[in-house]
Write a protein that binds this ligand. Sequence first.
Ligand SMILES: Cc1cc2nc3c(=O)[nH]c(=O)nc-3n(C[C@H](O)[C@H](O)[C@H](O)COP(=O)(O)OP(=O)(O)OC[C@H]3O[C@@H](n4cnc5c(N)ncnc54)[C@H](O)[C@@H]3O)c2cc1C
Length: 507
Amino acid sequence: MKSLSLFLHLSSALGSTTPSLNQRSRNDSCAAVSTVHLQTGAKCACSKLATSYPDFMIFPGSANYTTQVTDYWDVRADLDPACIFLPTSADQVADAVSVFTTCQAQFAVRGGGHMNYPGSNNINGGVLLAFNHMTDYQVHNDTIDVTPGMTWYNVYSALEPYGRAAIGGRLKTIGVPGLTLIGGVSYFINKYGFAMDNVVSYDVVLGNGTQVIANATSNPDLFWALKGGANNFGTVTKFTLKTYSMPHISTTIQQFNESAVYDFITATCNLVLADSETTVAGGSVLDITYNVTTGDVAPLLLGVQEGISNPPSMFTNFTAIPGVSKTNNVTTSKQWASNLDSPKQMFRVLFGMHAMYPDPNVLYTMYQTWKSAIDTIADVEGLYPTFVLNISPASAARVAQTNGIGNVWGLDDEPLIWWQFSTGWANAEDDLRVEACIHQLTEHLHGINKQNGLARDFIYMGDAGEWQDPFAGFPAENVQRMREIRGKYDPLGTFSRLNWGGFKLGV
Ligand SMILES: Cc1cc2nc3c(=O)[nH]c(=O)nc-3n(C[C@H](O)[C@H](O)[C@H](O)COP(=O)(O)OP(=O)(O)OC[C@H]3O[C@@H](n4cnc5c(N)ncnc54)[C@H](O)[C@@H]3O)c2cc1C
């Protein structure tokens, strides 16, 4: 979606700080910026960083280069950066960003490496800043400080001895930074809101290398913008997350076969409708996998609820459906996540999603259309198609509406299904076919839902395809406010012009 051969035309002066920022700029001197080519910028930045941090730099041909450039969930995201910097502290991150801006070097940032499209978290010929070495944390009474190399499993493991949990990813190895900056769907959104709603403070490196804190009292506008605004404002070096007493969770794993699909979809709609008034925190992973080789269709529920009521009471609608297997357990967030790995390099994989008001009949027709569309590409090697039903209850939206802070999404107070196609496949030669099929199908179904009044504009960055524009689905006034905040905190355009990847706010 974006050409990496972009030439930059920055004429702004470096190092000019915004007066209201809380800390001093690292680049107080002004320097003229000339147009710099991708290679020239990378050469400058790689050389400066290698001089300052020789032990934390990796270049093509060195022993760990391949390990680093394949540390991605989606094989399509494996690219070839000119060099890789693995900082160990916020100060080093600040130095690096300062170098990127000074050199006009194009760069990408990687946390857990799960965002899945080429260039979302990696870069050909530029600099990759990867957070693998920043895995420190500190547990406080009702918060935890988390650095951006941590996965959610790391967070749940850190909190388990205290009988507490944070509001984060549903699978084991998803990174904290990417998920938290784009919003973050946990099992417990119905009661506690999204992951972003549970961040009480961010430590941020701005484009000029300045380090600032964004919270309710310090840079509150930036604090708001980081709640769903992704990587458009700075690089976050620490998240302070709320934690909740949750020594145990009650879980259910229920597998069904094709004859249960309609009831499964109906139970999903009922779950998000009923969940809107609940006081029990709980949620799910719900999907339907289609094996084109065997013809098997497998609906799956992973249900989680706080507490020890066994089986978890929220999922009785599913329990009533005859299934292949049903397993209930009382466990901890750490133990539960430990079994839910999402291994890197499994496949090439494309997402695509839209939001709609829950309607089981329409969703069932969508399921049938999806299955027929998948049949048309059934010869694609390694095809792994999944129809995902994420639930966004009205109560999840209400958290931001009532907490005095809000977030950039501005979701209305209504239950939604975020339906998603996740499609894996094996070979690059099939990229265009799979992408065209899924892109067309996703927008076709959304178009029908627009006509029947069920569609909503909201697009979740964590479930979206690379062709989609989540910002177009946020309230226009929020997008305008984000642009103003970006202009204030990143006047040099470091995160809009030099930092590749993720979903960018645009001009
Ligand atoms: C298997 C799987 C399961 C998932 N499950 C969930 C789920 O349960 N809930 C949910 O909400 N989402 C889920 N997602 C979506 C997931 O939240 C996003 O892919 C998210 O971006 C992953 O975060 P990460 O740190 O691993 O990603 P990365 O790919 O490392 O980063 C994502 C984006 O954030 C930027 N970034 C990373 N670190 C920083 C930083 N410190 N400062 C500024 N920008 C940064 C990167 O440059 C990139 O653009 C899932 C995705 C996958 C593939």
